[in-house]
Write a protein that binds this ligand. Structure first.
Ligand SMILES: NC(=O)c1ccc[n+]([C@@H]2O[C@H](COP(=O)([O-])OP(=O)(O)OC[C@H]3O[C@@H](n4cnc5c(N)ncnc54)[C@H](OP(=O)(O)O)[C@@H]3O)[C@@H](O)[C@H]2O)c1
Length: 353
């Protein structure tokens, strides 16, 4: 087999890492490619689920004795601690790997230090190869570990004129089945789906990740969270069915914010404590407005249907904007047509000061 460059190996390791998206939480996604001393690929691995073997261990097992004198190319700094599995830094040293190439350092204080351990054992360590790409593939986990609360994606569906329901309140379904299937796939990549009690009272959603064609549930279900200051969620609400775990987050349990409702930063801190790294905020407009006003949204995914309503509730209410200078500016990062609808992905621009 022909030898490959470290750069090519990292591109492959990033592809491998992506296979773990949605199943590794609260752990990161990680990919690893092992090259022997001649630069031939002798092992590949990715971290598939929390508690399962780390990417480096899978690749080392494949490589066997051919790892000696070789190079491990890995998307995240190898861990240096014993958790559910042993430290990858020691496993690499024991296998006789001569060089480790890392895309992104590990921000997790519990697991970091792998690079230093490797260097002190005489292994050459290079950091930063395809760092931006690997960072993008692990953005939710890295962001949540660095700041201590989850990465928040606000998802909404609206007409071209920004309406989320008709004037009489009817809203099912604004977007196509194809767009709704895409939402279910998105739910499968996060650890928690969050909705306000207003949405539960109006629509009685299930908030599970499902196959819309046959109704079957995805194997891994995100935690369902209803933000409900005074516990108004009905006892027979569908979010309380047994299909997935549910947390009715009340102000009494989480804490009260300045407006007397559930304290949103405290809610996110509690979710982080529970191992949630990525959150899909599914609305509705009031809760989304409160998250945006507090600067707690990291990414926006909007499904825009080719329809006009001209009246009816809007997709967003009270986001803390009273004049144009206060508008929440966005950067569009992707626009994809899904069936007849558009899926618009945008990032809020960081505000000055
Ligand atoms: N188009 C879409 O994408 C979409 C998505 C979801 C919903 N919807 C529509 O939205 C409508 C419901 O709108 P909504 O605005 O009432 O629903 P909502 O945003 O889901 O719920 C709002 C409620 O959340 C509770 N809440 C708790 N803590 C809060 C906080 N810190 N900040 C703000 N709210 C907090 C408040 O009730 P308490 O004070 O009692 O806690 C508040 O009234 C429905 O008609 C539904 O169909 C549309």
């Amino acid at each position: 087999m022909a030898s490959v460059s470290v750069d090519e190996a990292m591109r492959r390791a990033i592809e491998l890492a992506a296979r773990g998206l949605g199943t590794t939480s609260p752990n990161p996604v990680v990919g690893c490619v092992l090259l022997d001393a001649d630069g031939e690929v002798v092992g590949e691995g990715f971290h598939a689920y929390a508690g399962g073997p780390h990417a480096e261990i899978v690749a080392l097992a494949q490589a066997g004795r051919r790892a000696k004198g070789g190079t491990a190319v890995v998307t995240l700094e190898p861990c240096d601690h014993t958790g559910r599995t042993g430290p990858c830094s020691s496993a690499l040293v024991q296998a006789g790997v001569a060089r480790v190439v890392i895309a992104v350092p590990d921000p997790n204080p519990v697991a970091s230090g792998g690079a230093a351990t490797l260097r002190s054992a005489g292994v050459r360590v290079d950091l930063g190869v395809r760092g931006d790409e690997a960072e993008a593939g692990n953005v939710a986990w890295l962001t949540s570990m660095r700041r201590g609360w989850p990465y928040v994606i606000w998802k909404y569906a609206a007409t071209v004129d920004g309406r989320s329901a008709a004037a009489d309140g009817t809203s099912m379904w604004i977007t196509s089945e194809a767009a709704r299937m895409d939402v279910h796939a998105l739910r499968g990549t996060v650890d928690a789906v969050v909705a306000g009690v207003g949405t539960v009272l109006a629509d009685d959603p299930r908030l599970t990740a499902r196959n819309l064609r046959d109704g079957s549930l995805a194997i891994r279900q995100p935690l369902r969270v209803v933000v409900d200051s005074s516990g108004r969620t009905p006892s027979d609400a569908q979010v309380r069915d047994g299909a997935a775990r549910t947390w009715i987050a009340t102000a009494a349990e989480v804490g009260t914010g300045p407006d007397g409702r559930v304290d949103l930063p405290a809610l996110l801190a509690e979710l982080h404590q529970r191992g949630v790294r990525a959150v899909l905020l599914e609305g509705g407009p009031r809760l989304a407005g409160a998250f945006l006003a507090a600067g707690l949204v990291d990414k926006i995914v909007g499904y825009v249907a080719p329809r006009l309503l001209g009246a009816g509730p809007t997709a967003l209410v009270d986001a803390g904007v009273t004049t144009i200078a206060e508008a929440i500016d966005l950067e569009f990062v992707d626009v994809t047509q899904i069936g007849p609808d558009l899926r618009i992905t945008a990032l809020p621009r960081k505000r000055e000061g």
